[in-house]
Design a protein around this ligand. Structure first.
Ligand SMILES: [Zn+2]
Length: 193
């Protein structure tokens, strides 16, 4: 283990938020950062735009990555959402009652219903704004930039893909949700907030 790894581990130990069925209450504490991937079966391949797989007409899936506080456990986690949740957040931002500058001053509840390809997500904003605790604010200030986290995740994905045997593209399914991320069938643009 190198000092580099120590730092990585410390900043990365929040883990991913997995959406359970029903209500998932979180506080978003960072602006969205896009992560683009192609999926070869269950294997994610990072896309940097106009890559080889783009040229092969393989669909790009964009997730929007956030630092969040899981209100159920109080833990900081990384949340990856698809276009449904990201768009719902943008609608809140643009609404009269729930508008915010870069990060909402309120908790949100993401409700997951259905299973597999029928999974649906709805977003509800808390009625009232609430301030982060001093401890939470300190942790937010120490968060590793999401851009750097995505870079590490993508590097790990690429490394894994290089080690594994090539995938028979004819066996590739078009849709899945293996990572606990919300996935949507339509492609998403980056949410500009
Ligand atoms: Zn690509």
């Amino acid at each position: 283990m190198t000092w580099q790894d120590v730092i990585k581990t410390e900043n990365n130990n929040s883990g991913f938020l997995t959406f359970k069925e029903g209500d998932n209450k979180v506080r978003i504490v960072s602006e969205p950062e896009p992560r683009m991937q192609h999926w070869l079966g269950k294997r994610p391949i990072p896309c940097v735009g106009k890559c080889k797989l783009c040229a092969d007409n393989l669909k790009v899936r964009t997730s929007h990555m956030f630092h969040v506080i899981d209100r159920e456990t109080g833990e900081f986690k990384i949340m990856g959402t698809g276009v449904t949740v990201a768009n719902a957040m943008r609608e809140l931002k643009e609404s009269d009652d729930y508008s915010f500058d870069s990060i909402p001053d309120y908790d949100i509840t993401i409700k997951r219903t259905g299973l597999g390809l029928d999974t649906e997500y709805t977003v509800l904003a808390a009625r009232n704004n609430s301030e982060l605790t001093e401890e939470e604010k300190t942790k937010v200030a120490d968060l590793k930039p999401m851009k750097d986290i995505i870079k590490s995740l993508n590097e790990a994905d690429l490394e894994r893909a290089e080690k594994e045997p090539p995938i028979d593209r004819s066996q590739v399914a078009t849709d899945m949700n293996e990572s606990g991320f919300e996935t949507d069938s339509e492609s998403a643009d980056n949410v500009p907030f």
